[in-house]
Ligand binder design. Sequence first.
Ligand SMILES: *[C@@H]1O[C@H](CO)[C@@H](O)[C@H](O)[C@H]1NC(C)=O
Ligand SMILES: *[C@@H]1O[C@H](CO)[C@@H](O)[C@H](O)[C@H]1NC(C)=O
Ligand SMILES: *[C@@H]1O[C@H](CO)[C@@H](O)[C@H](O)[C@H]1NC(C)=O
Ligand SMILES: *[C@@H]1O[C@H](CO)[C@@H](O)[C@H](O)[C@H]1NC(C)=O
Ligand SMILES: *[C@@H]1O[C@H](CO)[C@@H](O)[C@H](O)[C@H]1NC(C)=O
Ligand SMILES: *[C@@H]1O[C@H](CO)[C@@H](O)[C@H](O)[C@H]1NC(C)=O
Ligand SMILES: *[C@@H]1O[C@H](CO)[C@@H](O)[C@H](O)[C@H]1NC(C)=O
Ligand SMILES: *[C@@H]1O[C@H](CO)[C@@H](O)[C@H](O)[C@H]1NC(C)=O
Length: 473
Amino acid sequence: MLQFLITVLTVISFTTGENPAFQVTLNNIGLQYGKHVVAGWIQDRLSLITFPDISGDIIGVHYTLSGIRIIKCDFPEPSVEFYPNATGLKTSTIGLSVALNGSWETRFGLIHDGGAFNMAVFNVDVTSVMKLGKNPDGHLSVTYVNCDAKAREVQMDFYGGASWIFRPFLKYFKGNVLAAIETHICPNVEEFIVKMESHLQALNVSVIVDSLVSLDLNLTNSPVVDSTSLTLPLKGEFYSIRNPKEPPFVARPFTLPKQRSYMLSMGLSDFMVNSASYAYYSNQVFTMFIEDYMIPPTCHVRLNTSCMGPYIPQLPQLFPGLLMRLEVYARGVPMFSFQPDSVELGIPLAIKAFAIQPNTTLTPLFKLHVVANVSGDAWIGGGRLRASVMMDNFTLSLAMSEVGPFKTTPLEKLLQSGLKMMVLPTINKILGQGVVLPRMKNVELMNSELKVEQGFIAIVSDFEVLTTDEGFD
Ligand SMILES: *[C@@H]1O[C@H](CO)[C@@H](O)[C@H](O)[C@H]1NC(C)=O
Ligand SMILES: *[C@@H]1O[C@H](CO)[C@@H](O)[C@H](O)[C@H]1NC(C)=O
Ligand SMILES: *[C@@H]1O[C@H](CO)[C@@H](O)[C@H](O)[C@H]1NC(C)=O
Ligand SMILES: *[C@@H]1O[C@H](CO)[C@@H](O)[C@H](O)[C@H]1NC(C)=O
Ligand SMILES: *[C@@H]1O[C@H](CO)[C@@H](O)[C@H](O)[C@H]1NC(C)=O
Ligand SMILES: *[C@@H]1O[C@H](CO)[C@@H](O)[C@H](O)[C@H]1NC(C)=O
Ligand SMILES: *[C@@H]1O[C@H](CO)[C@@H](O)[C@H](O)[C@H]1NC(C)=O
Ligand SMILES: *[C@@H]1O[C@H](CO)[C@@H](O)[C@H](O)[C@H]1NC(C)=O
């Protein structure tokens, strides 16, 4: 038996292929809040619903009820629950009542008659199940599974014409009308689900982040529904727009802890962040030039060959009195690693140094390899994502030299203290001010909290829907 289970699990883990780098879980309180918003939205739009005409025959009299409009609707808050049996959602509305009016018309042989009517339908119950799934291209899909509608009671009043003729037949009429209403409800529910599905399919699962990178938010596996939550396993991979290619590392699986007291839980794996780092690295954005004028005047170490004597003794002799230019670039992908309560970042850099000749020609001097390891903490405060970092390790080695060998230790000490005293405090000031959390079009995150776990960052949050105007019209 155990052998069998292991075989099954192995097969599953191979067929699912990619691991999601981004997981979003909607918890029950999030579902209930979302339902509340949607119920209000439906209530607002009920008056716009048009009903098809109802017609039939009673004892040889052909009748038509037309122009049926909702005058008043008592729409009880529906209930919505996660429905693991169908990997979806089950909704039910119990005890809906509607007041309607319209026109009636009868034909009995050559005799035509007509007038107006008022109708009240009570105790309408509607239960429906929809299934959530994944389309081959990774879109979330929603499909109609079943629906059951029951209308239990109707009261009707006819006015105008020879409406008194109807009264004896009202009880037959009621049966027909209730049946007509019942058969119209579920096709409407199905149509609503079909519209929702076409909206989902029209969503772009690849989001443009900026001019350089895009983010794939494909589903990698089917949504997971249990009795308390719905989880979407998303690809969460950044790509360079100009040069999209897979990075030389893969996403590892992670399990988002259950956090039922928040509406949403999100998990971002280190793969997601590193794929962004890789995409920017492929665009060569991690390159900068440093020249003497960029160094504060108060600093007595200048980018001038004559000042380099204490660090590179041969430089003032070979190229006296020349200004220098440094080209600093990432020579590998800056890699993040998430540890419990700490983010570590390793940045492999190269520094190329040039002397600027009086005729502006650049003469290469030497090339250094640098590994900078920083670690930091990230948190959410005042609605902003904030962080602080410190330097863990900074090592320098000589990769190439046009001016002969020299010891790198004095230079390493100089750069280390420069980074610690000037660069890091500036970075920490900026990180401490933080960035506003990304905001989706109509949804604002609130009460967000962040925790760094082994291999991923977990964010729990509540949310608020700002407008629902662009719903499923
Ligand atoms: C789910 O399915 C199982 C077995 O098919 C059934 O016993 C159970 O009653 C179902 N649960 C619900 C809530 O429908
Ligand atoms: C239905 O009610 C509305 C509002 O009360 C009224 O304007 C309309 O004329 C009524 N329709 C019929 C056919 O009586
Ligand atoms: C979706 O985004 C991609 C780029 O990520 C773009 O090329 C495509 O045109 C977009 N599709 C739609 C329908 O907006
Ligand atoms: C969605 O994901 C699949 C593999 O998971 C990939 O082949 C496909 O290109 C992705 N589509 C988009 C639009 O990102
Ligand atoms: C470099 O420094 C030396 C000595 O301090 C100075 O004489 C020289 O003018 C400087 N070179 C430039 C281009 O500023
Ligand atoms: C420092 O960063 C480098 C480059 O990313 C990495 O290979 C190395 O493991 C890191 N060292 C430590 C001590 O974190
Ligand atoms: C610029 O000056 C350097 C050193 O004097 C010389 O080697 C180089 O050929 C000069 N370049 C040009 C374009 O004049
Ligand atoms: C930096 O890394 C080197 C080699 O990986 C190690 O020997 C050294 O102790 C580290 N220094 C610090 C301050 O962690």
